[in-house]
Design a protein around this ligand. Structure first.
Ligand code: FAD
Ligand code: UDP
Length: 373
């Protein structure tokens, strides 16, 4: 195909862009999908490292969803490995379950509370907040200030460069409080890892004669070469509009990968460090992938102000700026904004899959009807 032969240019080959490429190609549309990074799969990209271990390049990605529709859609492109993620926190030199559960409280305070006694114990410490607005309010109103200080305050300050009192309630509302021994990080109906990894799943999704993939390619490199193509944008929304409404804040991370000459270094997939360390968490990939190997690959996450935009920052000010971009986006004919960066939402993978499929339903209504469909 020559560069003029495309119906669609899709910017970004993560979940949002790749799902739309797959859906459009299946409906007879000719698609060029590009990514400025040298690979597909966006932030879910995984690869085999020098030691032969499957690692996630941009932080641990654990698939979990309550949506059978999302799960069934992805199941067309991968088989799965059952995996339930567990996280512990190193707090006061002890390893305790995160989210906070009965064992977390008993271990940290040297108690023998039962599930029936825990609500009363928490209620004595919880600080009533009439109108829950901030990430601090969410936690202190449930578990009180001491557990908030031990587990949430410093971790959040590291992760976001902001105090939880400056962050939207939705940030810490992601983490529940458990009154029993439940120690899984997620309780969704479907919790699995792609059996051969995310990148392989994306390869199958994009394997279609109507799809041309150009990695290591920026929007600016190709936009003039695909005249007439309709556009799907999954990059940062403020970048698309030349930052005309001001820069949106994004939080970045520096990932440090290491391989150790031991079989395992920690008891669970991720250990959080909510107190003194500069990093927030260490993930040991063999727990996630089930790979057997006599060495182990781990990854530290160091939060950073500068670098790739990984997280939209949930705050009233940034939402107000985003709303101005959203107005511009709504008024831009034939450009579809999809994904975590383009819609400035702190979304998990399954939410992006659902968003992309819903966007396709709206696009489909504008496509010519294919014979036999
Ligand atoms: P992305 O994957 O970011 O894809 C956008 C792509 O666009 C990028 O590859 C980028 O290079 C490309 N791009 C941007 N601008 C341009 C341009 N100008 N030209 C060309 N290409 C461009 N979700 C979960 O469900 N479970 C988890 O455990 C989980 N863990 C996470 C851990 C971390 C550290 C992070 C950062 C996220 C995590 N997520 C997790 C969220 C998950 O990564 C996202 O929901 C999902 O990857 C978003 O997909 P996307 O397509 O919107 O964005
Ligand atoms: N959080 C915390 N301590 C923890 C775990 C989470 O303070 O041990 C807070 C922190 O602000 C974090 C947010 O809860 O950014 C959401 O945590 P999650 O694990 O969902 O973050 P993600 O995996 O998206 O980075």
């Amino acid at each position: 195909m020559s560069a003029c032969d495309y119906d669609w240019l899709i910017v970004g080959a993560g979940f949002a862009g790749s799902i739309l490429a797959e859906r459009l190609a299946a409906h007879g549309q000719r698609v060029m999908i590009i990514d400025k990074r040298p690979h597909i799969a966006g932030n879910a990209y995984d690869r085999v490292d020098e030691a032969g271990l499957l690692v996630h390049e941009y932080g641990p990605h654990i698939f979990h969803t309550n949506s059978t529709m999302v799960f069934d859609y992805l199941s067309r492109f991968t088989e799965w490995r059952f995996y339930e993620h567990r996280v512990q926190g190193r707090v006061d030199a002890k390893l305790v379950p995160i989210p906070i559960n009965l064992d977390t409280v008993n271990t940290l305070y040297d108690l023998k509370l039962t599930s029936d006694e825990l609500p009363g114990w928490l209620a004595e410490r919880a600080e009533p907040v009439a109108d829950i607005k901030t990430a601090e309010d969410v936690v202190v109103s449930q578990v009180g200030r001491d557990l908030y200080e031990k587990i949430f305050r410093c971790y959040s300050r590291k992760q976001w460069g902001l105090d939880p009192s400056e962050l939207d309630a939705s940030v810490t509302a992601r983490i529940p409080v458990r009154l029993d021994n439940e120690d899984r990080y997620f309780t969704d109906r479907h919790q699995f890892m792609p059996l051969h990894g995310y990148t392989k799943m994306f390869e199958r999704m994009l394997d279609h004669p109507n799809i041309t993939i150009c990695t290591g390619t920026s929007y600016e490199d190709v936009v003039a070469k695909v005249p007439g193509a309709r556009l799907i944008w999954t990059g940062p929304v403020d970048e698309f509009f030349g930052f005309s409404e001001g820069k949106l804040p994004y939080r970045s991370l520096r990932f440090v990968h290491e391989t150790r000459d031991v079989e395992f270094i920690q008891p669970v997939g991720t250990v959080n460090y909510p107190q003194d360390e500069d990093y927030t968490r260490i993930t040991e990939y063999k727990h996630l992938t089930g790979q057997t190997h006599d060495r182990t690959s781990i990854m530290y996450e160091y939060p950073a102000a500068e670098g790739e935009p990984y997280y939209p920052v949930p705050q009233a000010e940034s939402q107000a700026t985003y709303k101005r971009y959203q107005k511009l986006a709504d008024a831009t004919q034939d450009v579809w904004f999809v994904g975590r960066l383009a819609t400035y939402r702190y979304y998990n993978m399954d939410q992006i899959v659902a968003q992309a499929l819903a966007t396709f339903t709206r696009i489909e209504a504008t496509l010519p009807v294919m014979p036999g469909m």
